[in-house]
Design a protein around this ligand. Structure first.
Ligand code: SF4
Length: 337
């Protein structure tokens, strides 16, 4: 554990302002994420140096389609989360009390992880991805690793729910090169009922990243009966185009029953309908978690040339040179294309 960032004393309690829950934490207690604890009037991040998984993954698995396609990234995760999604895909490492987790590795250091990332360069590694559980509540360790990675000339990728306050986010923009952020729905009701959080802070995060010079891709998991309403989806696309930009890649993903949610998997018909709606508005739309090849390749939005061909996690850049379409010269959004 390590002393945390982003907190104040309020009488005998502590106010954590890392994420918009802004928990007021009494002596000996944890915040909602179950990872930040008030110990004798100081806030500690209990999962500092703790990892639940380390793996060299294709960058496409994050999923990240416009950031060094075909490369690999050392992916690291810890334990805990600040959201309570009923369909959590990683609940064994994300949901639960700090003392109840087991089977993780302790005592890791930023230099150790960065050293491994450098060693794996010869295997196609471009840097470190913070993923699997929610990296926001691993903030201090992630930030410390990301500084070392940046100093070694490698890349940092954050895969996140985006439920973070503006000040800590601004600090991350110094070191994180690319963000994959979930937009879990487009109503506050959905966010409150299904995830235990709120929509507006996530929209603010997405707008802040989109306005920065950092790379952004957005994930939208379609859950039947909860966030697949076409009118709302259309509203979301209007906001997306206006506030993020039509060339920010959108991944529309298929849901499967998991954790506390038992609704059946998203019908392919629904996914295809939402995909077509999104394609009419945005330049780069992808379908994920399906066996279909539909929505897996990247095409130039200007001349229609095939830019990146994908099959599973394998990808081949066929149509770009120096970040531009080889045929018509249009700049393709992203880095490493
Ligand atoms: S990071 Fe954890 S303790 Fe801090 S405000 Fe969010 S949920 Fe609460």
């Amino acid at each position: 554990m390590k002393k945390a960032l982003f907190y104040n004393s309020e009488g005998e309690n502590i106010r954590c302002f890392l994420c918009p829950h802004n928990c007021l934490i009494g002596e000996g207690n944890y915040g909602i994420c179950n990872m930040r604890k008030n110990i004798e009037g100081e806030l500690y991040t209990m999962n500092y140096g703790i990892s639940s998984a380390v793996s060299l993954d294709p960058v496409e698995k994050k999923p990240m389609y416009h950031f060094y396609p075909g490369s690999k990234v050392l992916s690291v995760g810890s334990i805990g989360c600040n959201l309570k999604c009923k369909y959590c895909q990683n609940y064994t490492i994300a949901q639960g009390k700090f003392e109840e987790f087991e089977g993780y590795t302790e005592g890791l250091s930023p230099e150790g992880i960065a050293g491994e990332a450098v060693r794996l360069k010869e295997n196609g590694n471009i840097g470190v991805a913070y993923t699997y559980n929610e990296p926001i509540i691993w903030y201090e360790f992630m930030y410390d690793i990301s500084k070392v990675i940046k100093s070694r000339g490698m890349k940092n990728i954050m895969v996140s729910n985006g439920f973070i306050n503006p000040e800590p986010l601004e600090k991350l923009l110094e070191t994180i090169d690319a963000f994959s952020i979930d937009l879990k729905g487009f109503t506050d009701e959905f966010y409150k009922k299904i995830t235990g959080s709120r929509l507006e802070p996530v929209k603010r995060t997405l707008e802040t990243i989109a306005a920065s010079d950092r790379h952004l891709e957005v994930e939208y998991l379609v859950i039947p009966g909860h966030n697949d309403d076409k009118k709302k989806f259309s509203e979301m696309l209007d906001w997306y185009e206006k506030s993020l930009g039509k060339d920010v890649p959108l991944h529309i993903n298929r849901y499967f029953p998991m954790y506390k949610m038992t609704e059946p998997a998203t019908p392919m018909k629904t996914l295809k309908e939402l995909y077509e709606m999104a394609k009419n508005k945005l330049d780069y739309v992808y379908l994920g978690n399906t066996e279909s090849d539909l929505g897996s390749d990247t095409y130039c939005p200007n001349c229609g040339s095939l830019i990146v061909k994908r099959s599973g996690y394998f990808s081949e850049d066929l149509g770009s040179k120096n970040g531009k379409c080889k045929k018509c010269g249009l700049k393709i959004r992203g880095e490493g294309l």
